[in-house]
Design a protein around this ligand. Structure first.
Ligand code: NAG
Ligand code: NAG
Ligand code: NAG
Ligand code: NAG
Ligand code: NAG
Ligand code: NAG
Ligand code: NAG
Ligand code: NAG
Ligand code: NAG
Length: 440
């Protein structure tokens, strides 16, 4: 009995020891999920999905820009970590390599780099263009021109324009310099004017929950500090970690070493809660934001399937909010249980994971096929075919999809109405679930 206890305690002792000696720098496959700063290749399709027995009539793509540098605010906050690297004490439980990496960490971005597409971002869009060109030979069979291919930028932001440029460059082998910019009144893609940003109560509650508090304690301990860091400082470390990681897929960024996998999963949930209420199913109003863009998709497919006229390719380049709103309007990644500050553990296998829905260069794509005379449709998120739950199909008859979204599409006209207090009510005479409120 005594012998067993000794053996057991030896095993436990050794495990604790090996746990505390674990070096981030020696991990071969560090945890890759960083919400909207996840690298595309970790979550996108691992194989090519084609329909060899069908002809592709039209490809409709809505893409987020590729990997970018942090925004100028975040650059500032990350720069401030230079102060904290000197606070590492001998009581830190980081292994020597991880400890040295933080001590010698150099951050060389400045405010002028803020939000710019970086070299990984160029690769993201170039490789997407090349993959689609190879897979959809019926679509990319003509030289680029703005009649056969319709390109729309969802934002005047440099990163969206550059993303469109590198996509077209690799898909068509041209330098398109006159990519049309968005009309700021275009409600399909300028959703900001309709977004009602409420106080995110669940995120607030989550931040004072035991989950986030434990992250604060663990990170402060591992650095050997005698008091707890502020959550903002921990967020700066998280940002430093995930931006460096997404910019260089093989890197082991210094600040990643302060987080355990549990910490990263908690921080991912914090981000998921944010998007769930700001862009997702957490607020039913958000389901309306995708009406205009989904109407464009259905209109395009309807025209193409009826008349064969219209472009072969329709390409939008924008932001994560655009991709989220289309995903939500189409009904993908909807959980039956809402995400709350209190159910992190129960929701570990949730569908709503921004790492999967909105990595850099995330995209929603829809493909219209002609399969021996029958029109069919497949939706893809990050090149992975999605199941339309209502019918259990991935290659779905177009007529079913057309009917399913008919309430969103049937009446094209918009009407402006005086609304309550500061709102002007803009009514799409489509369906009650598509009425948008514009900030007056
Ligand atoms: C998918 O297709 C692309 C382009 O043809 C090719 O480079 C890539 O190797 C293919 N991937 C797989 C997993 O078959
Ligand atoms: C880090 O060190 C600086 C002085 O070098 C000190 O002002 C600051 O409070 C320290 N921060 C923490 C969290 O210990
Ligand atoms: C390390 O921890 C010991 C015991 O908790 C404490 O007395 C000491 O001041 C700490 N050293 C540093 C550098 O924080
Ligand atoms: C930490 O340890 C190193 C050597 O291990 C020693 O040179 C240094 O003075 C120690 N620093 C503190 C603050 O105890
Ligand atoms: C910034 O640092 C990275 C990695 O540490 C390095 O590859 C890059 O060349 C540096 N850039 C500048 C402008 O110094
Ligand atoms: C299409 O290209 C032609 C010639 O480059 C240009 O005159 C025209 O304005 C473009 N149309 C659109 C919608 O961008
Ligand atoms: C695009 O522009 C680059 C740089 O100006 C040039 O090197 C390249 O040859 C151009 N490619 C095409 C297809 O015009
Ligand atoms: C979107 O609309 C808002 C409000 O009308 C406007 O301020 C903003 O400039 C527009 N965005 C773009 C990219 O045009
Ligand atoms: C569909 O076709 C109609 C009639 O030709 C046209 O007015 C409309 O703009 C087209 N819609 C799209 C999204 O192409």
């Amino acid at each position: 009995m005594k012998f067993i206890v000794i053996i057991l305690s030896l095993i436990i002792f050794n495990c604790i020891k090996c746990e505390s000696n674990k070096c981030f720098h020696q991990e071969d496959h560090p945890f890759p999920f960083f919400a909207s700063k996840t690298a595309y290749s970790y979550v996108s399709a691992k194989q090519n999905y084609t329909q060899p027995n069908c002809k592709t009539l039209q490809l409709w793509l809505l893409s987020r820009h590729g990997t970018r540098h942090p925004g100028s605010d975040t650059i500032d906050k990350i720069s401030n970590l230079n102060e904290y690297k000197n606070n590492l004490t001998n009581n830190s439980s980081l292994c020597k390599e991880d400890f040295e990496a933080i001590k010698t960490w150099i951050f060389n971005l400045t405010e002028k780099d803020g939000d710019k597409l970086n070299s990984q971002g160029v690769k993201d869009l170039s490789s997407l263009g090349l993959r689609l060109q190879n897979l959809y030979t019926d679509i990319f069979d003509q030289p680029y021109n703005n009649i056969t291919y319709s390109v729309v930028l969802s934002s005047t932001k440099e990163r969206s324009r550059d993303s469109a440029f590198y996509f077209l460059k690799s898909a068509f082998n041209v330098n398109v310099t006159d990519i049309p910019l968005i009309n700021s009144d275009d409600i399909k893609i300028n959703i900001s004017k309709f977004q009602i940003l409420n106080d995110n109560k669940e995120v607030k509650k989550f931040r004072s929950s035991i989950y986030i508090q434990d992250v604060i304690i663990r990170v402060s301990n591992i650095l050997g500090l005698d008091r707890n860091l502020a959550l903002n400082t921990i967020k700066a470390m998280y940002n430093s970690c995930r931006f460096e990681r997404s910019a260089d897929l093989n890197s082991h960024p210094a600040w990643c070493a302060v987080f355990s996998q549990e910490d990263l999963e908690v921080l991912e949930y914090d981000e998921d809660l944010k998007y769930y209420y700001a862009n997702g199913y957490g607020d039913s109003y958000n389901e309306r934001l995708g009406c205009p863009i989904v109407k464009d998709l259905i209109d395009n497919f309807r025209n193409k399937s009826q008349t064969q006229h219209g472009p072969k390719g329709v390409f939008y380049f924008g932001h994560s909010t655009n991709v989220f709103s289309a995903i939500v309007r189409l009904g993908f990644a909807r959980d039956t249980t809402p995400l709350l500050s209190s159910n992190f553990n129960d929701m570990r296998d949730r569908k709503w994971k921004s790492s999967y829905l909105s990595p850099f260069a995330s995209n929603l794509m829809a493909v219209l096929y002609d399969c021996h005379g029958e029109k069919k449709v497949t939706f893809f998120v990050n090149e992975i075919p999605m199941t339309v739950e209502k019918y259990g199909c991935t290659l779905c008859p177009w007529t079913l999809i057309e009917n399913m979204f008919d309430p969103i599409v049937s009446s094209p006209s918009w009407k402006v109405r005086p609304g309550p207090v500061t709102y002007v009510l803009m009514e799409v005479r489509l369906s009650p679930s598509c009425v948008l409120y514009m900030l007056g």
